[in-house]
Design a protein around this ligand. Structure first.
Ligand SMILES: Cc1cc2nc3c(=O)[nH]c(=O)nc-3n(C[C@H](O)[C@H](O)[C@H](O)COP(=O)(O)OP(=O)(O)OC[C@H]3O[C@@H](n4cnc5c(N)ncnc54)[C@H](O)[C@@H]3O)c2cc1C
Length: 293
């Protein structure tokens, strides 16, 4: 097993912040992944998987864990018996490309979600009224004691959540999609991408939605906009002037800057709307939002 020490997580996260991982490994196969998980269990190490790092905020001080990045056959995509089969580390962009080439539709909603198959399962990622539960046939979950295929009902999927815990790694995903002509898929994707560009800071360094949308009509973004927070800065981090539920790395941001903005946004939303916003972004390392009371 090829362990790298001290690799800065800022290199593995879309926001571009985060200190060093105590150890980083790139398993290329299911066997290598299971070996890494057994090693972590034997050494008492916390396991953290990073997909595209598009919904994580890692502590500036670093993360004391064995960080896994799935590569090789764990990042491949193929079609088997009409199913799209992706490694846990396969990017949504590659999955969508393969699905379109095979004339398989239904994955289009994920065109603007810059993550991996495994990250999609873990977060139950979604957009435009659809999420992973609409397309997931089953997922192969690896642990230190072996691997098992789990049905969606066994994964505990709900709004932007799954029941997967640390040390449970999505190694492979099977998607059940429907026949759709590639030209139709292409047109649908172009429309969704254009819509995204209009409303979200797609060309900036962010970690996607900061907070989950609270129940009710008013989304987190609109709520924070009404709090006057668009463009608000702490250090190098800024609440996006385009969509207030995004934090942009405006240059030299630290995770502490992002966290400070999150703390302020939660206070303001509670003060103005009586709503407690819950984080969507996953914290890695020693990061925590203080209680509001
Ligand atoms: C510009 C932008 C737009 C976005 N739009 C959306 C959107 O519309 N809808 C939406 O839902 N999300 C959106 N996101 C957030 C993010 O892309 C999704 O949550 C995505 O599914 C995360 O995948 P990832 O591979 O990057 O996971 P990471 O961010 O790397 O990790 C997220 C969590 O998943 C875990 N994880 C990652 N891989 C695995 C694995 N193989 N097995 C087990 N656990 C794993 C990590 O440990 C972590 O807990 C957006 C992000 C950005 C930057």
């Amino acid at each position: 097993m090829n362990l790298e020490r001290g690799v800065p997580l800022s290199r593995l996260t879309t926001i571009g912040t985060g200190g060093p991982a105590s150890a980083l490994v790139h398993p290329q196969s299911l066997g290598e992944l299971e070996e890494a998980l057994r090693h972590a269990a034997a050494e008492g190490l916390v396991v953290v998987v990073v997909g595209l790092g598009s919904n994580v905020l890692a502590a500036d001080e670093g993360v004391d864990a064995l960080v896994l990045r799935l590569e090789g056959e764990l990042a491949g995509v193929e079609t088997v018996d009409g199913l799209l089969v992706a490694g846990g580390g396969a990017s949504n962009a590659v999955c969508l490309h393969r699905a379109r080439a095979a004339g398989l539709g239904g994955f289009e909603f994920a065109c603007a979600i810059p993550g991996t198959a495994g990250g999609g399962v873990r977060m139950n990622a979604g957009a435009y009224g659809r999420d992973w539960t609409d397309i997931l046939a089953r997922a192969l979950v690896a642990t230190a004691s072996g691997s098992a295929w789990l049905a969606p009902s066994e994964l505990g999927l709900s709004y932007r959540h799954s029941g997967l815990g640390p040390g449970e790694v999505v190694a492979r995903v099977e998607y059940r999609l429907d026949a759709r002509p590639p030209a139709e898929i292409k047109a649908a994707v172009a429309e969704l991408v254009a819509l995204r560009k209009e409303t979200q800071p797609t060309n900036k360094r962010t970690f996607g939605s900061v907070f989950e949308n609270p129940p009710g009509e008013l989304g987190a973004g609109r709520m924070l906009e009404l709090c006057g927070l668009k463009g608000h800065r702490v250090g190098g981090a800024m609440i996006s002037p385009k969509h207030a539920n995004f934090i942009e790395n405006a240059g030299g941001a630290t995770s502490a800057d992002c966290l400070a903005l999150m703390v302020e946004a939660r206070w303001r939303a509670r003060e103005q709307f009586g709503v407690v916003l819950e984080q969507e972004v996953v914290f890695l390392g020693d990061l925590e939002l203080p209680p509001l009371d």
